[in-house]
Design a binder for this molecule. Structure first.
Ligand code: ADP
Ligand code: MG
Length: 324
């Protein structure tokens, strides 16, 4: 690389740390762990061509790389502390790095967290972030905690819904076109997800289970059903949808909303007696929540419309999301 590895790290990624005991520059970073807390750790890798398009603005890429990781901490109810960045780059393109770092650090600042280390190598464009968070011991939200009778909830942007990221992808794939403003809105959902960190923490002690929607709502629900050994009824018509998605044919709405992925919303379950508390937690976190179904003792997924009529026949391809 034209700019040497260490110069590159010093120029773009070394920032003074505030909370960590030691940041970038030594063999290890050192984090202080408060007594009574557990460290929550998660990694997510973004590979060019697979997880993002080569045309994405570098700042948006930086944002998304961190956002998808923070989303995992959110799903556990953890408070983010710090992160590391392993970066593989074809060349030391300073404009690219400048943009990447700006998007990354803007989101990091928003959550009060710091970059404490990483690795840098020449190679195909690939970003792997590991986030570290803390959660009071024994209180993390898990996929395995759901109980029969729980309400099933999904978060969404205020005034928006889920499935927009997938709709944007379909536009990029040439399957449909959208007006300029509508396209910008769904593209924003795809490139700039907002990790639900405040909601995740507010759900501790309230939700029985949680997962973030990264691979599609029904697929991710399948992980909860398997983890908790339960089944579920999902009301497809209760899915929160943005105005842009709601203007699409119903089959496309359901495909994007139920199987889309890249939403980074929280899918969680809580007892019906706590509905008001769930709504209050969402309100305080500045996000919407929609009740989309119920967890049931009988294994399997029962997808119904707003009248309770089964949709299985229409969406046979979702069958493999069964928990059994
Ligand atoms: P080592 O050879 O001991 O693994 P490196 O030479 O790879 O260390 O890295 C030097 C320092 O720079 C380490 O503290 C490492 O954590 C940090 N670092 C390397 N790449 C990055 C990066 N992309 N972002 C942040 N810190 C980095
Ligand atoms: Mg190294």
């Amino acid at each position: 690389m034209a700019l040497g590895e260490f110069d590159l790290i010093a120029k773009f990624f070394k920032r003074p740390v505030r909370r960590a005991a030691l940041g970038v520059g030594d063999d290890c970073a050192l984090l202080n762990v408060a007594p009574g807390m557990q460290l929550a750790v998660s990694s997510d890798m973004l590979v060019e061509g697979r997880h993002f398009l080569s045309t994405v603005a570098p700042a948006r890429l930086g944002h998304k790389a961190l956002a998808v990781n923070l989303s995992d901490l959110a799903a556990c109810g953890a408070r983010p502390l710090a992160f590391t960045l392993a970066l593989s780059l074809p060349r030391a393109d300073e404009a690219f790095l400048e943009g990447l770092a700006s998007g990354l650090f803007a989101l990091a600042e928003e959550h009060g967290i710091e970059l404490v280390g990483g690795d840098t190598t020449a190679g195909p464009l690939n970003l792997c972030i590991t986030v570290f968070g803390e959660v009071p011991a024994g209180q993390a939200l898990l996929r395995s905690g759901a109980r029969a009778g729980d309400d099933l909830w999904v978060s969404h942007p205020l005034g928006g819904g889920i499935g927009d990221a997938r709709l944007a992808l379909e536009v990029f794939r040439g399957r449909l076109t959208l007006d300029g403003r509508d396209f910008e809105n769904v593209r924003h959902a795809m490139e700039q997800p907002r990790p639900r960190v405040a909601l995740g923490q507010a759900l501790r002690g309230l939700a029985h289970s949680a997962i973030d929607v990264s691979d599609g709502l029904l697929g991710d629900l399948g992980h909860v059903l398997r983890g908790s050994q339960l089944g579920a009824r999902v009301d497809a018509d209760a899915l929160p949808r943005s105005a842009v998605l709601a203007a699409q044919p119903r089959a496309l709405q359901l495909e994007c909303g139920l199987a889309g992925g890249d939403d980074y919303e929280l899918l969680f379950s809580a007892p019906p007696a706590r509905r008001e508390a769930v709504r209050a937690a969402a309100h305080a976190a500045g996000v919407g929540v929609a009740r989309i179904g119920e967890l049931q003792a009988e294994p399997g997924l029962r997808l119904v419309d707003g009248y309770g009529v089964p949709l299985q026949a229409e969406f046979a391809s979702f069958d493999h999301f069964r928990s059994a």
